[in-house]
Design a protein. Structure first.
Length: 148
């Protein structure tokens, strides 16, 4: 939860406690046998109005925060759906193309690189290191090239 949520919750608790305190104060004064004085009632009503306005303000801030959070989440969901669709499209495309066609260009480039490095005088271990492929694969390419 974001820190704003915790601040909102704390403000709500303080506001609820203030209303409870006002009601308790009014109740205690009413138990003394004498009804509360009009000035006290006026002050109570004024305080209650102020608290109600503060509560409304906090509620609208909370509503705005929730709407912002929801719109952010909607945007993220849309972005994720787009990514999923792109991945599904790529997967469907890769399934429709034969594996040999996908790998042919990469293998041809690898063979050319191996032969070029071999012509420069590098041994199979160094060629394997330079190309990032296993030594056996390099030796196989060199062996097939010399037999052709």
């Amino acid at each position: 939860m974001s820190p704003l949520w915790w601040i909102q919750i704390a403000a709500d608790l303080v506001l609820a406690a203030a209303v409870a305190l006002l009601l308790l104060r009014l109740r205690r004064r009413g138990q003394g046998g004498l009804p509360p004085a009009p000035k006290e009632l006026e002050r109570f009503v004024t305080e209650a109005r102020g608290l109600a306005q503060e509560f409304d303000r906090l509620l609208s801030e909370k509503r705005e925060l929730v709407n912002t959070t929801l719109s952010t989440l909607d945007a993220r969901i849309a972005q994720m759906q787009k990514m999923v669709q792109e991945l599904e499209d790529r997967l469907a495309q890769s399934r429709s193309q034969p594996a040999a066609a996908l790998d042919a260009d990469g293998m041809a480039a690898f063979r050319r690189k191996v032969l070029e490095l071999s012509r420069q005088g590098l041994d199979p271990a160094r060629i394997a290191e330079a190309t990032g492929r296993p030594r056996g694969e390099v030796e196989l390419v060199l062996g097939l090239s010399s037999s052709s």
